[in-house]
Design a protein around this ligand. Sequence first.
Ligand SMILES: Nc1nc2c(ncn2[C@@H]2O[C@H](COP(=O)(O)OP(=O)(O)OP(=O)(O)O)[C@@H](O)[C@H]2O)c(=O)[nH]1
Ligand SMILES: [K+]
Ligand SMILES: [Mg+2]
Length: 457
Amino acid sequence: MSVQQESANRAETIAAVSSGTGASAVAVLRISGPQAGPALRALAGGLPEPRRARLATLRHPGDGTALDKGLVLWFPGPRSATGEDLAELQVHGGPAVVAAVLNALFTQEGLRPAERGEFSRRAFLNGRMDLTEAEGLADLISAETEGQRRLAFAHAFGHLGQRVEAWRLRLIRAMALIEAGIDFADEDDVPAEARALARPELVALLGELEAALADRRGAMLREGAVVAIAGLPNAGKSSLINALAAREVAIVSDEPGTTRDVLEVSLDLGGHKVTLLDTAGLREAEGKVEAEGIRRARHRIAQADLVLWVHDAAAGRPPFDRPDIDAAAAGALWLVANKIDATAGGDDTVPGWAERRLALSAATGAGVDGLVDALAGFVGTHAAGADHPALIRERHRQDAAEAASHVRAAMSGWDALSDELLAEELRLAARALGRMTGVIGVEDVLDVVFREFCIGK
Ligand SMILES: Nc1nc2c(ncn2[C@@H]2O[C@H](COP(=O)(O)OP(=O)(O)OP(=O)(O)O)[C@@H](O)[C@H]2O)c(=O)[nH]1
Ligand SMILES: [K+]
Ligand SMILES: [Mg+2]
């Protein structure tokens, strides 16, 4: 969307249901823009006092038909959620009531249905929140677990935005010092002194950026930990995912090579989201379809946060050598000895490649609770922390990495670069940080961020 189009759009007044679809006791409708006041007056017969709820009979402005009785609220801009004049109607949540009130609203001059995320987009454009807060809000609405809710809450109320602003101010301070050097270039000692003052700021900033980039907990909290179940054919991988999910998600059979496509199941373990993957047994494929299944399995296993290597304990000892998988996730690889119900005595050696060994029977359920506890512990320690992780989206990581690379370039060229070039590197770093919160021109980013919202948000 172009800037002109964007401001033309904001002259329009938008309305939508903000409380979701389907029948409910109460539905909340919002109207934002210059015509919000006249539209509310037309339906409710007047405007309530700002920020006070008033019971009103809502009538069709055309023929005066009573549509519903409900609470109306009036938030004159700029002190409103969107920064514009904003009206809110709380009506009975039946689909016909909602449709009648919306239809009556759209008979009003200048009102149109809101697009996805348009209320939040206007709030951003009017300076009511920064981009990271908007993203936090989208996450808050879609949070499924307690961990996701806590992280989203922090971000929705400025956690990352404030850190990024602090980083950016550091850069601007350093830039100002170096630019002071440019201005006083004919006075010998000023540039050198100014540079010397700028350097510690940059050292501290780079340290913080690098620490934030190294911290991967945020993505794991937000998207959930990915746990891949891998192993030889018939080890009992599909039986295990069924036992963990407590339902028949995967086909189990005594035929090796049963599973082809990667199957996913999401679980909430102790407030953290975990996505379990069932994968094809790894062996020399016997046909094209199985080969494709194994290719997919290897791809997903490589990206998992944790791999559970399922071994058929009834078939003998686990492999002495590390299974042939390419787990990128810092070697989080556990041995799950399955079918302990079918082995006498058993063998509890832990091969060197396994971080830990768990023994269970997917068929009888023995030991499955122990695995669930261990998984909850894994996600808990990897995802949670005393303070909140800052960079939780790929978008944040890219901008932070770009900022860090410019600061690094400035530091490594410290003695060789002219003041102008040094300041330019810092300016580029500040731009990258500004993109994160949206203080720097970001139209393409806006479309991506606000598309995630539902209508009415
Ligand atoms: N006795 C016993 N049999 C089990 C157990 N778990 C799985 N099985 C049996 O092992 C066979 C293979 O189970 P699956 O779950 O299909 O194994 P898989 O690893 O998914 O196999 P592929 O998808 O072909 O790679 C089936 O006959 C299961 O009934 C167990 O704990 N004890
Ligand atoms: K099988
Ligand atoms: Mg299977």
